[in-house]
Design a protein around this ligand. Structure first.
Ligand code: HBI
Ligand code: FE
Length: 418
């Protein structure tokens, strides 16, 4: 199979798609690879890549080619015209067609977040459950509530990494909604929440951050968590896409909503709100083992395919949101979705739903919905045991590369394990 020499030698024509390969290159590589030969037959292809630090470094690209048993027959680089210090590479390879398609997929997925500041671009909202769009939202017909939501959403969209989270002057109505939920959680928590949650909850009360009278400020919660586990908060405008949400966890950053649910439904909200984030998530994010687990889910999501993101989301759902765990022969709750919504908490611990042992491989493919109480919950032996099982499972997940977060440079680094 011949490749088109002319068509492959114009790196300056590539678009700004920052995933590495342009659409044209994909089409080109596919076209080159197509032919009557069998999938296994060795074919020649030309790829044009934008090389960048980290994820798309030349060494990683070459390693990926080696992994898919390709042979490099030509390689040249030149400075990218638009971006200083970046290189474009033309790489011609001989490779089996089936492997070539895998390689392209691998390279395409590799251009993800490298630096913590890129989280400023990770604020894509899912368009479900918004009070402006969803007729069933409790705030849909409340003009004042919708205005308030807009005002608070603006803060999240304007936020840049490194800014303090702006303070919000919560209204009397908003603080009353907090009070209603806080006092019920205070009531149920000693008997039903796991030891890690109870420990941090007590600390938060002692520090004066948790009290019945008012909603804690995200900036104060962020400083508290930073001292405990290094986790910090940044404001989110609503329910984010799983990819954006999980990516921030890789950097020990939790994207937290700052608005509160509608006052007419204090015990239910169709979307995350600050009560859910603060009462549900923050105590556990201040626990070292749980924080580690959360970051590892985040790291696993970087560069993952859509199918893998779906699996990680499902695991997140049945652990971080709805997880149960054993404690001295009893079943306790550690999931934030349960700890901040006492109706489902009591349902989860009753004999109505099914309890299964947490096992990442089966949990990852369990269907779930967010409209009604779950029929199935997964019970971990302990937070540590869950973290170990997850770590073992995720190491077998098909991944284009291994990553770790370097806290000193605030960069995600690709490890040489391919
Ligand atoms: N977005 N703001 C926000 N808060 C969450 O808790 C959240 C999210 N998006 C997705 C998500 N959680 C999870 O259900 C998983 O899909 C990761
Ligand atoms: Fe949540």
């Amino acid at each position: 199979i011949e490749y088109d020499e002319k068509a492959t030698q114009k790196p300056e024509q590539q678009n700004d798609d920052d995933t590495g390969l342009t659409e044209e290159e994909i089409v080109l590589a596919n076209a080159i690879a197509e032919g009557p030969e069998a999938e296994r037959a060795i074919q020649r292809a030309a790829l044009i890549l934008r090389l960048r630090e980290g994820m798309n470094s030349l060494s990683r690209v070459l390693k990926a080619i080696e992994k898919y048993q390709g042979a490099v027959v030509h390689l040249e680089t030149r400075p990218n015209k638009k971006e200083n210090g970046q290189l474009d590479a033309l790489i011609k390879i001989d490779m089996a067609r089936s492997n070539l398609l895998q390689l392209i997929k691998n390279l395409r997925q590799s251009g993800t977040l490298e630096h913590i500041t890129l989280l400023d671009d990770c604020n894509h909202l899912m368009t479900k459950y918004e009070p402006d769009l969803d007729m069933n939202h409790p705030g849909f017909s409340d003009k004042e509530y919708r205005e308030r939501r807009k005002e608070i959403a603006e803060i999240a969209f304007a936020y840049k990494y490194g800014d303090p989270v702006p303070y919000i002057e919560y209204t009397e109505t908003e603080n009353k909604t907090w009070n209603a939920v806080f006092t019920t959680v205070l009531d149920l928590m000693p008997k039903h929440a796991c030891a890690e949650y109870r420990r941090v909850f007590k600390l938060l009360v002692e520090e004066g951050l948790f009290n019945a009278t008012g909603i804690p400020q995200l900036e104060d919660m962020s400083s508290f968590m930073k001292k405990c586990t290094g986790f910090t908060l940044r404001p989110a405008a609503g329910l984010l896409t799983a990819r954006d949400f999980l990516a921030s966890l890789a950097f020990r950053i939790f994207q937290s909503t700052q608005y509160i649910r509608h006052t007419k439904t204090p015990f239910h909200t169709p979307e995350p709100d600050c009560i859910h984030e603060i009462l549900g998530h923050m105590p556990l994010l201040a626990d070292p083992s749980f924080a580690q687990f959360s970051q590892e889910i985040g790291l696993a999501s970087l560069g993952a395919s859509d199918e893998e993101i779906e699996k990680l989301s499902t695991i997140y759902w049945f652990t971080v949101e709805f997880g149960l765990c054993k404690e001295a022969g009893e079943t306790k709750v550690y999931g934030a979705g349960l700890l901040s919504a006492y109706g489902e908490l009591l349902h989860a611990l009753s004999d109505k739903p099914e309890h299964r042992p947490f096992d990442p491989a089966t949990t990852a493919i369990q269907p779930y919905q967010d409209q009604e109480y779950q029929p199935v919950y997964y019970v971990a032996e302990s937070i540590d045991d869950m973290k170990d099982k997850f770590r073992r499972w995720v190491s077998q997940m098909s991944r284009p590369f291994e990553v770790r977060f370097n806290p000193h440079t605030q960069r995600v680094e690709v490890l040489d394990s391919v």
